[in-house]
Design a protein around this ligand. Sequence first.
Ligand code: SAH
Length: 492
Amino acid sequence: MSRKKEIETSGYKKDDVLTVDITDIGNDGEGIGKINGYTLFIKDAVIGDKVRAKVMKAKKNYAYAHLEEVISPSEYRISPKCPVARQCGGCQIQSMSYERQLEFKQSKVRNNIVRLGGFDAEFIDGLMQPIIGMEEPWEYRNKAQFPVGCNKEGNIVTGFYAGRSHNIIPMTSCYIGTKENETVMEIVKTHMEKNHVRPYDESTGKGLVRHVLIRKGFTSGEIMVCLVINYRTGSGKKQTSGASVEYITNQKELVERLSEIKGMSSISVSINTEKTNVIMGLEVHTIWGKDTISDTLCGLKFEISPLSFYQVNPVQTRKLYEQAIEYAALTGKETVWDLYCGIGTITLSMAKTAGRVYGIEVIPEAIEDAKRNAERNGISNAEFYCGKAEEVLPEFYEKKRKTAVGGDDGSSLNPDVIVVDPPRKGCDQVCLETMLKMQPERIVYVSCDSATLARDLRILSDGGYSLKAIRPCDMFPWTVHVETAVLLTKTN
Ligand code: SAH
């Protein structure tokens, strides 16, 4: 093949600068434009823009290009509120109006279910309910995890990772987080500088401070700070009496300054000496205040420890749970299983209007929290099991099935409702198969990834369940993420 021919068939090449109309939005929020059937993916370009873009990586039929200039802006284009919106990996679509983001998320969920789940488009369109948006889509996050590192000059930087990398974009304030984050991070950074406390270096495994976790109970106003540190005792012995040990030079002074912040309730350290991307270490020592902070959600009081999963957007979580509860259609008698239950937020919200509720969760601390949360709220019809849903549920099912003959009324085996709220990878196949064996009347699927949701809905649908309603919920404004609640009912 001649050189000329090769260029023709492979479209464009690196460094080509092109003018293109943005006509679509990709799953990661990037703008998509086409020139003679050749597709360009352009980060930060907004649907409706005409842009000049430079090809960065060219393939035969498509290329990734860098936004060089907006020639004529889209009607949906807005100025990002955050000065580092383009560099930071946290928000992907701050240049898009909030209304257009909601529209994008609604169709992202719909398209994934249709295309990846193999459902009829018209059928799905008939089930889609309008996305639940936020009235005030800023300062919504109750949790932040700031990485701490060094810049090229050797100065301490804290902030957020740039997209798809571990380069820290210096930033102590963030418009989607709470105002206190900035105060905490300034105190930590100043303390480290003054006392020559080194940040952790991923390449050498040396240095002390890795991350700072900050959480705030939006209703209680209580704040928790957890410093994730790379701490080893000289002798290599495991540290047990953590509370009496100074991990950080002049720790008392640091604690004193942090504890002066209004609402500060818990200061702890988490020990993480592994070379890993996992942020938190499993060993946590409280060094000031309480072990947990409290918060109120759906009228229930929850205690949250540094390691527990707790939804990050409490305003939207309440709306999402209310939707899930409506789908569960509880009348006071029902038996409900809540798989991937975390600290029992959905389980306990449903306990009030169900006969009996069961929760399964893999993190032991979260299960301990869930049990305490049940007690604290005077809920006695909830049971929690620790382990993987795909192991605990089949085990329970097989054991109970053998012993149930004659005695048990079978309600835990054949529940009225199963709720699932899995992490992004979705439900395990064995978990789905067991759910199908248990034949609940209704399945309520709460999902944070519509691609794995689509895959699992196909399995449940083939296994005898009908999709009845789909409701996206915007838990993460300015990012491409979207939650979805789905109702399925037993077909026969
Ligand atoms: N329903 C809860 C938590 C949802 S997040 C809430 O809304 O707050 C998903 C949860 O699933 C996390 O708590 C995570 O620890 C847990 N998890 C992850 N894999 C699991 C598995 N295989 N089995 C059970 N729980 C799991």
